[in-house]
Write a protein that binds this ligand. Structure first.
Ligand SMILES: [Zn+2]
Length: 170
C-alpha cells in the first residue's frame, strides 16, 4: 500500500518531527507503507513528514546498500560530522523535477534505532551518508533547496512556485 507524497509548499514539510516513543505495529506498518511508496515513486530515501506523518522515521532503499535490503531509521541523530565537505547533486520526491548540487559533510556519525528496537551508532559516508543527511533534514523541516546558494535558488523560483501551487490544490 502506498501513501501520498506531500509536495513543497505543504506545511507538514516545515515542521520539526516528533520522536517515535514506541516501536509498535503501527510504526512497523507505517515503515512498510513508506518502503512501498518509495519504490513506487522511484526514490532512494523517504522521511515520514513527506507522507504527512510528523514522526522521526525515515527509510532508505536497498540500492544504496551493497546487496542489502532497505533499512528504516528511527529517531536518527547526527552526533558528529567530517570537516571535509563535498558537492553532490540531490533531488527530492517532494520537489519533483528539480535537482541541484548541495554541499554537505563527506562523512557523519549517527545514532538511530532499528525496527527491532536495537540502538546503533555508526559512521557512514558516500551515497548513504548523503541520503541520510538529506532525510534527517526532513525531520527538522529543512529541504535541500534551503542549502543551495541564493543565486541558484532564485533561478528555481518559478519551478518551486509551480510545485507550491500544485501542493495547495491537492
Ligand atoms: Zn527529500
Amino acid at each position: 500500500m502506498t501513501l501520498e507524497v506531500r509536495l513543497f509548499g505543504d506545511p507538514v514539510l516545515r515542521e520539526t518531527a516528533r520522536e517515535v516513543e514506541k516501536i509498535d505495529d503501527e510504526i512497523r506498518a507505517l515503515a512498510a507503507k513508506m518502503f512501498d511508496t518509495m519504490v513506487e515513486e522511484e526514490g532512494i530515501g523517504l522521511a515520514a513528514p513527506q507522507v504527512g506523518m510528523n514522526l522521526r522515521l525515515l527509510v532508505v532503499d536497498g540500492s544504496v546498500f551493497e546487496g542489502d535490503e532497505g533499512r528504516a531509521y528511527i529517531n536518527p541523530e547526527i552526533v558528529d560530522f567530517s570537516k571535509t565537505k563535498v558537492l553532490y547533486e540531490e533531488g527530492c520526491l517532494s520537489i519533483p523535477e528539480i535537482r541541484a548540487d548541495v554541499e554537505r559533510p563527506e562523512a557523519i556519525r549517527l545514532t538511530y534505532t532499528t525496527l527491532d528496537g536495537e540502538t546503533v551508532e555508526e559512521e557512514v559516508d558516500g551515497l548513504l551518508g548523503r541520503v541520510l543527511q538529506h532525510e534527517i533534514d526532513h525531520l527538522d523541516g529543512i529541504l535541500f533547496v534551503d542549502r543551495i546558494g541564493a543565486a541558484r535558488r532564485n533561478l528555481l523560483k518559478k519551478k518551486l512556485r509551480a510545485i507550491q501551487q500544485k501542493a495547495m490544490r491537492s
